[in-house]
Design a protein around this ligand. Structure first.
Ligand code: NI
Length: 254
């Protein structure tokens, strides 16, 4: 039992073989894939995928990279989309100070406006945070009251993880937890409460060992789950089941 809580199978890197990728995910025993939107177009593609496949769910949102493209009418569109039955979250949204593809102030505004949409529509959020821990935590504390969600592809400290968990959020681990040199992340994975932990691929990016360097895909979520189980001294099946239950609880998937 496994759930890929964050994928981008609408990405054009899957255009040649998307059906095969989805079939391999099912063969690998995945019970669900949550496909995250990154811009308005990919959010629409995410919804289309969720309507074509029973085990695919959609999140809709504007990634911080695309904050500079956001228009006022987009927020209404996002809210409208959440009325569709397979749209379970607003995401991915947040801050990316590594690439800085949009001005930081604008990233913050677009993030906050989407937190408002999530609150108004009563949906959890999927949060992207790269090299922006300080501002991200400040915004979550001030602007995410009453919201729940997940810090996807978690890259912060154990201390920060404990803080966001206290605020009602979940922590999701992706491929980097399998990389040998990432001891800090393994420490987080070993210590966050089991009932607040998710696993994901973020495919086509961040391919876990042993396929690092290749294109990632949902079936590979098992390598991340295996590593998290290993650092926690747990059976793989128990970890996979807990992470799946957590994903379904967070996103209200029956
Ligand atoms: Ni992503």
């Amino acid at each position: 039992m496994l759930f890929d809580s964050h994928a981008h199978i609408d990405d054009n890197r899957f255009d040649e073989d998307r059906a095969a990728v989805i079939a391999r995910a099912q063969e690998a025993g995945l019970v669900g894939i949550l496909n995250a939107g990154a811009c308005m177009e990919s959010s629409a593609r995410s919804i289309a995928l969720s309507e074509e496949h029973a085990f695919i769910y959609a999140a809709v949102g504007i990634h911080p990279h695309d904050a500079k493209e956001a228009r006022d009418s987009d927020y209404e569109q996002l809210a409208d989309w959440t009325r569709k039955p397979k749209v379970v979250s607003i995401g991915e949204i947040g801050l990316d100070y590594y690439y800085d593809l949009s001005p930081r102030e604008l990233q913050q505004q677009v993030f906050i406006r989407q937190l408002d949409v999530a609150r108004q529509c009563n949906k959890p959020v999927i949060i992207h945070d790269r090299d922006a821990h300080g501002d991200l935590m400040a915004i979550i504390k001030k602007e995410a009251k009453g919201l729940t969600g997940v810090l996807h592809c978690y890259s912060g400290s154990l201390e920060m993880a404990r803080e966001v968990i206290k605020l009602g959020f979940y922590i999701s681990f992706a491929g980097p937890v399998t990389f040998a040199k990432d001891g800090k992340l393994k420490e987080v994975a070993a210590n966050v409460p089991l009932e607040r932990l998710l696993v994901e691929t973020d495919c086509p990016y961040l391919t876990p060992k042993p396929f690092r360097g290749r294109r990632n895909e949902p079936a590979y979520v098992k390598f991340t789950a295996e590593e998290v189980a290993c650092v926690r001294n747990m059976e793989f099946a128990a970890l996979a089941e807990a992470a799946t239950i957590n994903t379904k609880r967070l996103f209200d998937i029956g």
